[in-house]
Design a protein around this ligand. Structure first.
Ligand SMILES: NC(=O)c1ccc[n+]([C@@H]2O[C@H](COP(=O)([O-])OP(=O)(O)OC[C@H]3O[C@@H](n4cnc5c(N)ncnc54)[C@H](OP(=O)(O)O)[C@@H]3O)[C@@H](O)[C@H]2O)c1
Length: 238
């Protein structure tokens, strides 16, 4: 019988709390860590995967000890700039990490759409792009990590505007404006559960897919790989 996966969940706040709900629903073994029960090398041992939805500033303080445990990590904490040699450090420790500033699976479809939109200048002589993001008032980083990712996917100058309202989980809208047309790509997180679902997708992948090499992987690359694998399979079915 296959060994059951045991998760160490760092953070059970607005987002980690949603992961916790899924773990309970799916009866996946887990331990929750927070300020009252902070992670240490000793209490992380015996977990197969770490999922972090700690605030970035808090997570940074635990990075070295987590690397030392050699436990694979799904990192959802944002506002972290990994050092240039971090990938090499993970490879040297023979450990695999997956990270994303946005674990929504649907965000990967948006990526494909933005890549199409980024070609617009080939057909429109004059256009401008704008990007607006809205999040809850407790969000610390601005613009959001997702907005910055969208800008880098677009690979063009874009003005980013941010709003902080109530408890909005996340809305991003990228628009292309010509003198006579407006085209928008809008992604709205209706429930923080989408991040939990993506993080668990990544955790299951890390636990079962032994072809994933050690190092720091972008969640997006893993999902796009799966998406295109499935597309190819469907083409083959025709
Ligand atoms: N990648 C994604 O898809 C995605 C999606 C949404 C959010 N995020 C990111 O996830 C992170 C958390 O967001 P959130 O809105 O869920 O935050 P939150 O509601 O404030 O929850 C933070 C959690 O971290 C714990 N924590 C804080 N400082 C700690 C420390 N020093 N040691 C141990 N535990 C600590 C808190 O425990 P206590 O209450 O005990 O302090 C709480 O359980 C942020 O970086 C956010 O930007 C990422």
């Amino acid at each position: 019988m296959n060994k059951a996966m045991k998760i160490a969940l760092l953070g059970k706040g607005k987002t980690g709390g949603k992961v916790l709900e899924l773990l309970l629903e799916s009866r996946i073994q887990h331990t929750v860590f927070d300020s009252g029960n902070p992670p240490t090398k000793e209490n992380l041992i015996n977990h197969d995967i770490i999922i972090s939805f700690l605030p970035g500033e808090a997570f940074k303080n635990y990075i070295s000890l987590i690397v030392e445990t050699k436990i694979p990590v799904i990192c959802g904490s944002t506002g972290i700039k990994f050092s240039e040699n971090f990938n090499a450090e993970l490879i040297a420790n023979n450990v695999t990490w997956i990270y994303a500033t946005n674990f929504s699976l649907g965000m990967n479809l948006v990526y494909e759409m933005i890549k199409v939109m980024s070609n617009a200048s080939k057909i429109f002589p004059s256009l401008t792009y704008s990007l607006h993001e809205i999040h809850h008032t407790k969000k610390l980083d601005s613009p959001s990590g997702t907005a910055l990712s969208w800008m880098s996917w677009l690979n063009h100058d874009v003005t980013i505007t941010s709003e902080r309202i109530g408890d909005v989980p996340g809305i991003h809208e990228l628009s292309l404006l010509t003198s006579s047309e407006k085209i928008s790509i809008r992604h709205e997180a209706l429930d923080r559960k989408i991040f939990a679902e993506g993080a668990l997708y990544a955790a299951k992948k890390l636990f079962t897919d032994k072809t994933l090499l050690p190092g720091l992987h972008l969640f997006q690359n893993i999902v796009l790989d799966d998406l295109h694998k499935k597309e190819k399979k469907n083409d083959g079915d025709k």
